[in-house]
Ligand binder design. Structure first.
Ligand SMILES: Nc1ncnc2c1ncn2[C@@H]1O[C@H](COP(=O)(O)OP(=O)(O)O)[C@@H](O)[C@H]1O
Ligand SMILES: CC(=O)N[C@@H](CCC(=O)OP(=O)(O)O)C(=O)O
Length: 256
């Protein structure tokens, strides 16, 4: 099978023009088929605040009421997506910015209300890996925003790490997929304040122990959960690493 690299880039990298530009330059150098999934949570929080809306996060997920949904749609589907696409085009990468509604790429279901009402947050139900594979084989580089739809006209907000994991899983039927979650740190760290404490390889048992010990916490927990789901579902390689180090063989590798 042909190789495909799927890169997920999150909030801190995306919100700073300099770090975004350097990530895009690195991304442009990746050989072969590729997909970029972007977040933008920090940018959405900023714009929401400018509009007088408070951002509420529960378990790493944004509580998305009707007004917040308008903000995230504008920020992820517009500002962030189109800036990335224009940046990639300037680097001769034929990027196509898409939400999950475009070409019906990602359908989701509004998260049922249990202890928490997350509002317009979608849990992924179906990814059109076939559509993506067809696009990719024509030379298009999909740039996926963290927005999905329910097939009945409703857009939904979906965590970008989940979009990356689910897209990687669907594409694994067509390509040998390497999934790279990149962020500002060098990988999963034993000590968050020590950049030299990268854990080179992590399995699920170790992950659960690290969570118990408080070493892995916050946004890193759902990121690793998505990573393990992807590796279990046939994604060839999953790595968590620094945005500037995508091309080098460093960071944390996820194993079963
Ligand atoms: N052991 C750990 N190693 C590295 N980062 C960790 C660790 N535990 C928690 N984190 C936190 O996880 C964050 C990454 O998750 P998140 O903010 O959701 O990522 P993203 O940048 O993709 O939006 C890091 O900024 C860091 O603060
Ligand atoms: C439901 C939910 O939480 N959606 C996320 C989507 C953006 C995201 O995941 O951005 P980062 O990768 O930059 O964190 C949010 O609105 O924050």
């Amino acid at each position: 099978m042909e190789k495909l690299t799927l890169i997920k880039v999150g909030g801190k990298i995306v919100e700073e023009p300099d770090t975004l530009q350097s990530l895009l330059k690195t991304f442009a150098q990746i050989p072969g088929h590729k997909v970029l999934v972007h977040g933008g949570g920090r940018s959405a929080t900023k714009v929401a605040a400018q509009l007088g809306l408070e951002s509420v996060m529960v378990n790493g997920r944004r509580v998305t009421d009707a007004e917040t949904l308008k903000v995230v749609t504008m920020v992820y589907g517009g500002l962030v997506s189109k800036n990335i696409v224009a940046g990639l085009q300037s680097l001769s990468v034929n990027a196509l910015g898409m939400t999950g509604a475009d070409m019906d790429i990602i359908r989701s279901e509004k998260r049922p209300v249990k202890e928490v009402d997350y509002g317009f947050v979608g849990d992924v139900k179906k990814v059109r890996g076939d559509m993506l594979a067809t696009l990719i084989r024509t030379g298009v580089v999909p740039v996926l925003a963290p927005l999905t739809h329910d097939g009945k006209g409703q857009l939904l907000n979906t965590n970008a790490d989940t979009i990356a994991g689910e897209a990687a899983k669907a594409l694994a039927a067509y390509f040998d997929v390497t999934l790279v979650f990149c962020f500002e740190k060098r990988g999963v760290l034993k000590d968050e304040n020590d950049d030299d404490s990268v854990i080179p390889v992590i399995n699920r048992v170790q992950f659960e122990q690290y969570v118990q010990d408080g070493i892995v916490q916050g946004g890193m927990i759902p990121k690793l959960e998505n990573a393990f789901q992807a590796i279990d579902a046939g994604v060839k390689e999953v790595v968590i690493t620094q945005a500037s180090a995508i091309l080098s063989d460093t960071g944390t590798r996820i194993v079963k």
